[in-house]
Design a protein. Structure first.
Length: 361
């Protein structure tokens, strides 16, 4: 990163109104890197995001030095107008899919500021009709390339931390950070004495917790446990409950941490797990996967083809199977027989932020 230089100082606008997932984490990375370079940072967001626990968690340390603008919508027109009002030099839209498609449908970016939008969902989502998802991906790719031809506009595709391949468009790999020190003494979040599988993060229907729980229960072993850590949708937890109870009847263990986890807590859980389970119904990069590799934790993935590609890149410590109880249970058996992998960091947070900000890393 270049040293701060007042003559190179820019005015940067970061636009994110959704507090879900890791979006505000991305904003915090960019705000920190921009301010370190001597830039003035503005954040466009919503009242709901500003008052969310995620805002306090991710932006509590940097928001005091930034200026916040409250937006009612995040259309190209609104962001264009705000960038003119604030006289910014560069705009970043971290959750940029809708922004990109507005541009592809003819909306104009009229301000003199440059803008970078991160496309978080590159592929068409799975469909029960054969070939539909593939067709959606082709159409989406063509529209994104069209939008990327606009003056002063750059679209970047979010790829997983493990990605290594060719892309027709600029790529940013999902940043990996691990704030938990494995050598630091302290209390564990998970008890010792069993092999821990775990589902971590924001846990909705797409993460297939009931299927994961039923697959662990099917092992019928007393020395395994399932940890579920993060905000869990009520219906998902209700659907998984019979299988969680079966794990306990088998003599295994269940740990539920149903709340928003601080980064250090999430990292500690991932580090203490023996195997992270990613059974996803939809496509897209997984930040948990990158953290698992950095922590030296085995991975069993299922479902999303994005995850299959990632597991191939990672090697023997990660395995992908189809979304079925039989295949997941078999993969879980193999996971219990693997040695702990060596930790490996796949993608730099500083590089990620610098790419979106348009500065040298």
């Amino acid at each position: 990163m270049r040293a701060a230089n007042p003559s190179n100082a820019r005015r940067i606008l970061l636009v994110e109104g959704n507090a879900d997932g890791h979006r505000l984490y991305y904003v915090s990375l960019m705000a920190a890197v921009a301010e370190q370079a001597g830039n003035r940072v503005f954040i466009g967001t919503t009242d709901a995001a500003l008052s969310s626990p995620e805002w306090t968690m991710h932006l509590g340390n940097v928001a005091s030095s930034t200026e916040v603008a409250i937006l009612d919508d995040f259309s190209v027109e609104t962001i264009d107008r705000l960038s003119r009002e604030l006289r910014v030099d560069h705009v970043v839209v971290p959750d940029g899919d809708a922004f990109a498609f507005e541009l592809s449908r003819g909306k104009s970016w009229t301000t003199s500021a440059t803008v970078t939008a991160l496309v978080m969902r590159e592929k068409g989502q799975p469909s029960k009709v054969p070939g539909v998802a593939y067709a959606k991906t082709l159409i989406k790719g063509a529209l994104l390339q069209l939008a990327n031809l606009r003056p002063r506009v750059e679209l970047r595709i979010l790829k997983s931390a493990a990605w290594n391949g060719f892309s027709l468009m600029p790529v940013s790999r999902d940043p990996v950070s691990l704030t938990f020190d494995t050598h630091r003494p302290g209390s564990r979040l998970l008890p010792t004495g069993c092999f821990w599988f775990g589902v971590v993060g924001s846990i909705g229907q797409r993460k297939n917790l009931p299927l994961v729980a039923s697959s662990v229960a099917a092992l019928n072993l007393p020395d395994v446990g399932l940890a579920v850590a993060g905000c869990i949708e009520d219906e998902v937890l209700h659907q998984a409950q019979p299988y969680l109870e079966q794990i306990l009847r088998n003599g295994g263990r269940v740990e539920i941490l149903n709340r928003l986890l601080a980064d250090s807590e999430m990292d500690q859980v991932i580090t203490e797990l023996d195997c992270v389970v990613l059974a996803h119904s939809n496509e897209g990069p997984s930040g948990v996967l990158g953290k698992a590799v950095a922590a030296g934790t085995t991975v069993v993935a299922a479902g999303a083809l994005t995850l299959r590609s990632d597991c191939r890149q990672i090697g023997s410590s990660a395995e992908w199977v189809r979304l079925s109880q039989v295949e997941l249970t078999q993969a879980f058996v193999r996971a219990t027989q693997k040695p702990h992998p060596e930790p490996e960091f796949l993608a730099s947070p500083t590089d990620f932020a610098s790419e979106l900000l348009g500065v040298e890393g």
